[in-house]
Design a protein. Structure first.
Length: 308
């Protein structure tokens, strides 16, 4: 089996414009209002937002972090409203692997005759409750959540790039059937979530949306007489991890952070790697080497999904 996980750290100047809260960070982002938005969303999901005594929080992505997602991502021609078909055989055209941007580039090279200016990625199938129900879990990550869920001072949140309105209810039901009571689900590309948190009008990336949601959740908890001791963030996307590593420890120096990359090794096997930690706002490698003097760029190499 090919070993794909080969991490490295590059120290560069001002990856996000100097300090963590400059550059991409929206100048008019109101974190207090965003925290109230979080409370509204959690209330709508039937979650208790007033409990105190919380000390440890896990934030995790869903697809390829908790779930061995194989749901196809299709393409749609916005000029006709129709799903795009492969001109070679007439089948619906699907992204060939997990990376939307890299997949599109591959398809554009392979099928240059298609009207790419009017073609967009269509995540319709990612909103299917039925598809989610038959998706296999990444057992090592489920074990992490199950262990945390047993602790009264712990909370677990799913922060996913999905966008459908039914994602929260579907995810909650899925994990309840596994015996895990997720404390909240945030689909960062959902329009209502974006409006409620307050980032919809800003041209920011999925990684940046995730970081703002985590910031808002932590602000909500720390303003409710909680002393948050530790936060763990699990994701399979390097950009999501990098943005969170650069932003969150600086904003919350009293919280200990741990960042984990969930890597696809091939053959539908996923492994968890601790890539960085933070204490007193200082980011360090798993071996304790200081990483926070300059911003960090992190890369790992995942096997394609599906396997080639």
């Amino acid at each position: 089996m090919t070993k794909y996980f080969i991490p490295f750290f590059l120290f560069i100047t001002s990856l996000y414009g100097g300090t963590a809260v400059q550059g991409w960070y929206p100048e008019d982002f109101d974190v207090a209002a965003a925290a109230e938005g979080v409370a509204t969303i959690l209330d709508q999901q039937g979650k208790d937002v007033d409990n105190i005594g919380i000390e440890n929080i896990i934030f995790t992505d869903a697809d390829h972090t908790l779930l061995k997602t194989m749901t196809p991502i299709l393409l749609r021609d916005t000029s006709t409203g129709q799903l795009v078909k492969d001109p070679k055989d007439g089948t619906l055209l699907r992204l060939p692997n997990r990376g939307a941007f890299s997949s599109l580039q591959l398809l554009k090279q392979e099928l240059p005759s298609l009207p790419w200016d009017s073609i967009e990625v269509d995540y319709m199938e990612m909103g299917s409750v039925v598809a989610l129900d038959v998706t296999e879990t990444i057992d090592s990550m489920v074990a992490v959540l199950m262990s945390s869920d047993k602790m009264s001072k712990n909370r677990e949140y799913i922060i996913t790039a999905r966008s459908d309105d039914d994602v929260a209810a579907a995810m909650e039901d899925y994990f309840l059937n596994l015996g895990i009571d997720i404390n909240g689900v945030f689909a960062v590309n959902n329009a209502t979530i974006g409006d409620t948190i307050g980032y919809s009008e800003h041209h920011i990336t999925i990684a940046q949306k995730k970081a703002l949601i985590i910031e808002a959740i932590l602000h909500l908890y720390t303003s409710h007489e909680n002393t948050i001791k530790s936060v763990s963030f699990y994701d399979d996307n390097d950009d999501n991890l990098v943005v969170a590593m650069n932003l969150l420890p600086e904003l919350f120096p009293k919280i200990d952070f741990s960042f984990y990359d969930v890597v696809h090794e091939g053959n539908n096997i996923f492994t968890i790697h601790n890539i960085a930690n933070a204490k007193d706002g200082i980011l360090v490698s798993p071996e304790g080497e200081k990483l926070s003097d300059e911003d960090i760029e992190y890369h790992s190499y995942d096997a394609p999904i599906p396997d080639e």
